[in-house]
Design a protein around this ligand. Sequence first.
Ligand SMILES: CC(C)(COP(=O)(O)OP(=O)(O)OC[C@H]1O[C@@H](n2cnc3c(N)ncnc32)[C@H](O)[C@@H]1OP(=O)(O)O)[C@@H](O)C(=O)NCCC(=O)NCCS
Length: 233
Amino acid sequence: MNAADLYPGKPGDTGEHVPASPPAPKKKSTVFVKELSERDRCRILKHFLELKESDRLLRFGTYLPDEMITKYVEGIDFSRDKVFGVVNSRFKVVGVGHLAFAPREKVEHGVEATEKDKVAEFGVSVSDSARGKGVGSRLFKRGAIHCRNADVDTLYMHCLSSNQTMIHIAKKAGMEIHREYGEADAYLKLLPADASSMLKEAMQEQVASLDYTLKANKRAAVKWLKTLPGMGD
Ligand SMILES: CC(C)(COP(=O)(O)OP(=O)(O)OC[C@H]1O[C@@H](n2cnc3c(N)ncnc32)[C@H](O)[C@@H]1OP(=O)(O)O)[C@@H](O)C(=O)NCCC(=O)NCCS
């Protein structure tokens, strides 16, 4: 499965992404990854629209204009795919991981890695302000454990081979990487689900739900306070 199957454009042939050297590590705090739903659609869209052109290229394999991003977000089927998110203290979505399920015929490289009829492809993006804090890695790990628990044994990812950060995350997770014509297809073999993987995902979701609710309530309270006379800016 290739980004070009999903999004029209010229995959990977535009602009030169100059690989940067790894930045100095930032302090990593606890990252809560929550499954997002229909009610988050607008905030997911806002996250994608704030990605700069070069990040859109890295995320989608092509420079997607705002209209195409809007179409993509409107087209997310929350009943079929899984979308995971990370929200900051102001309840803004700062990281999105989209796990799209597809028939195995859609896979270009590494199809032999799976015997299942269904495969999953993962795409991830993190807002500039939240990078280097472990958000992308946590989203990836959550996607992988979800696949495991959903009886999917192989997780695929497609990115440009110049995408050093994503390649680093993929390698650290033990992904096999197949590079060709400036693009990289990576796949990760997953163990079958067991009681511990089920429990781990359920616990992560519960804690993340609590964090999400607290942040949502805080934001609602701040908004309400601002409507009171003399409390606005
Ligand atoms: C790729 C992306 C999701 C990473 O998000 P993130 O939250 O910054 O990732 P993390 O903080 O979890 O991890 C980054 C890791 O890459 C390393 N890294 C950062 N820049 C690097 C570089 N230029 N070369 C090699 N490694 C790099 C960091 O040191 C860190 O490694 P560590 O966990 O071993 O310390 C984010 O940069 C992004 O949204 N990019 C644009 C979209 C994209 O590329 N999506 C992937 C294709 S689907």
